[in-house]
Design a protein around this ligand. Structure first.
Ligand code: NAI
Length: 243
């Protein structure tokens, strides 16, 4: 059984990524999420309605013990299963000016993005290397590329994952494993629901926020065999705000 894991797959961009895999591939879809059981169940229902198969894996990607325990248990129960595609999508924001930023807001944002990348990717990497084919896709942000005021923690977290993407890509390229980052601008999800869309679109050349499905379509391409010669890249998807 060949599988894809999508962290933070219960809603938003992660859910659309899961649904694309359900529609376009035969991969069994492992939907990781942190807390919202109802949203996760809804994603699973939609995966099945789209003709796919999947299951829910609830754990906090920032917690290495919990991640190893849940993934270890899953692998034990599915010894023949191979996770061939990893989409590190889980992420949070805790915005605020740096001078008032609490240590928790710094650490939580860093650890979900960066430790989350390590915990999940490192768990699967040896099997992936033995498989001699794989795709690792990290969802970062325009903030990690250009830096955004009010998001020093988030910009640092995403920039760190960009560095990891470029380094790991070089380590595993010979085994036909690609590692890329996708850097969205403003996308309509719960994460951006509180933002003043009317004001912000003025600085977006495309004059609108992006849709989660548009990000998912880029991920689909990078996850496909067609994208085999693209690795170590950061692909911006932002309506022209920064490139
Ligand atoms: P969202 O807030 O709608 O969804 C976040 C997902 O991450 C949820 O499924 C949640 O369960 C999961 N999650 C959060 N903490 C977790 C943890 N510790 N362990 C496991 N899962 C956890 O967010 P959205 O907008 O769908 O964002 C997805 C990714 O895209 C994030 O990495 C975000 O930083 C990135 N992004 C989003 C942009 C936007 O405009 N919405 C722009 C640029 C990047």
């Amino acid at each position: 059984m060949k599988c894809v894991i999508v962290t933070g797959g219960s809603r938003g961009i992660g859910r659309e990524i899961c649904l694309n895999f359900a529609k376009e591939t035969d991969y069994h879809i492992l939907v990781n999420y942190q807390g919202n059981d109802a949203a996760a169940e809804e994603t699973l229902t939609q995966i099945r309605e789209a003709g796919g198969t999947g299951e829910l894996l609830k754990f906090n990607v920032a917690d290495s013990k919990m991640t190893n325990a849940v993934l270890g248990n899953w692998q034990e129960q599915n010894p023949g299963a191979l996770v061939e595609v990893i989409v590190n999508n889980a992420g949070i924001t805790r915005d605020g000016l740096f001078m008032w930023m609490s240590e928790n807001d710094w650490k939580d944002v860093l650890s979900i993005s960066l430790d989350g990348f390590y915990n999940v990717t490192n768990f699967f990497i040896q099997k992936l290397l033995r498989n001699k084919y794989g795709r690792i896709i990290n969802i970062v942000s325009v903030s990690g590329v250009k830096g955004t005021a009010g998001q020093t923690n988030y910009s640092a977290a995403k920039a760190a994952v960009i560095g990891a993407t470029k380094a790991l890509a070089q380590e595993v390229a010979k085994r036909k494993i690609t590692v890329n980052a996708v850097a969205p601008g403003f996308i309509k999800t719960d994460m951006t629901a509180e933002l003043n869309e009317e004001e912000l679109v003025k600085m977006i050349p495309a004059n609108r926020f992006g849709e989660a499905k548009e990000v998912a379509d880029l991920v689909s391409f990078l996850a496909s065999p067609k994208a085999g010669y693209i690795t170590g890249e950061v692909i911006n998807i932002n309506g022209g705000i920064y490139s």
